[in-house]
Design a binder for this molecule. Structure first.
Ligand SMILES: N[C@@H](CCC[C@H](N)C(=O)O)C(=O)O
Length: 287
């Protein structure tokens, strides 16, 4: 099978995009295809696969598969890339439009021209903070803010946030000392998070600026995570480390995102999306 693809990234969090307005894929091929395209030796190389598809309820739809083939409910960097692709390819009429995800509907606004969208702002909706909806084990109806969390030998404090997908946020004094490679792969599969979890380490530089590192569920260390950056800013506000309603600059390994959380309302994410390459991926399933 020859599959037309485009590779885009949000701050070097890269995905292979297949446009299902143009090309059909069978449901059972999606997870193995994600693993195949993401492989950096035998595939194209990416953090996963994203499908851009027609939607009954929104202007365009997005589905995201991690590097290991697991499907996630949401992807912030993917949303900005889908918005760029949809606008540049005339899938949408206006520069503000809706995108359907498995976690619900979001609204995107592109900044730029049909020839080149540089930046995208997304209304990511309200974070989900009830423990059982993240989901995290423990007494229901509570928020998880700076809660004791024993991880191996380390005694950490966790703040848990869902942006449609689960995030465990840990504040550290120095980002270079964050136990990303030791605790990331352990915490992501911790049974206290029955669906697994994306693991973020944050160093606050001021109440408007933070360093961010992530171990993504299903993909491992990535250069950036849009939903993770949103969760980190929400966690900072819940811990009294940042204000409501003000843009916070998040320094990720791959670049900066600008995140704002309105009290009792939406999280807004603004940042870049880039196209790197397009082509055709020749794939024999099971080969
Ligand atoms: N990189 C993404 C998140 C992708 C999904 C995540 N790994 C999960 O399993 O929830 C982003 O930019 O938000």
């Amino acid at each position: 099978m020859d599959i037309p693809f485009v590779k885009l990234h949000g701050l070097k969090n890269s995905y292979i995009f297949v446009d299902l307005f143009q090309f059909q894929l069978e449901e059972e091929s999606l997870a193995p295809l994600a693993i195949a395209v993401a492989d950096r030796n035998t595939g194209i190389g990416s953090d996963g696969l994203i499908l851009i598809h027609p939607s009954d309820t929104c202007d365009v739809g997005m589905r995201i598969f991690n590097l290991d083939g697991s499907e996630a409910m949401n992807c912030g960097n993917g949303l900005r890339c889908v918005a760029k692709y949809a606008y540049e390819n005339n899938i949408v009429e206006s520069d503000t439009f809706t995108i359907q995800t498995k976690a619900g509907q979001v609204e995107a606004q592109v900044h730029g021209t049909r020839a080149h969208v540089q930046e995208v702002t997304v209304d990511m909706g309200a974070p989900v903070l009830q423990r059982e909806l993240i989901p995290m084990q423990g007494a229901p109806a509570q928020q998880v803010v700076a809660e004791d969390f024993q991880a191996g030998e380390e005694q950490l404090l966790v703040t848990a946030v869902s942006m449609g997908n689960p995030h465990a946020v840990f504040f550290v004094d120095n980002i270079d000392d964050a136990p990303l490679y030791t605790q990331g792969p352990v915490i992501t599969n911790d049974p206290r998070f029955p669906d697994g979890v994306n693991v973020e380490f944050i160093e606050m530089l001021s109440n408007r600026e933070m360093h961010f590192r992530v171990w993504e569920r299903g993909s491992g260390v990535t250069q950036a995570c849009g939903t993770g950056a949103c969760a980190a800013v929400v966690a900072a506000i819940l811990n009294g480390k940042a204000p409501y309603g003000e843009e916070v600059t998040v320094h990720l390994s791959g670049g900066d995102l600008f995140i704002r959380w309105e009290k009792d309302g939406s999280v807004w994410m603004r940042g870049a999306a880039e196209k790197t390459v397009s082509g055709t991926f020749h794939w024999e399933r099971g080969a």
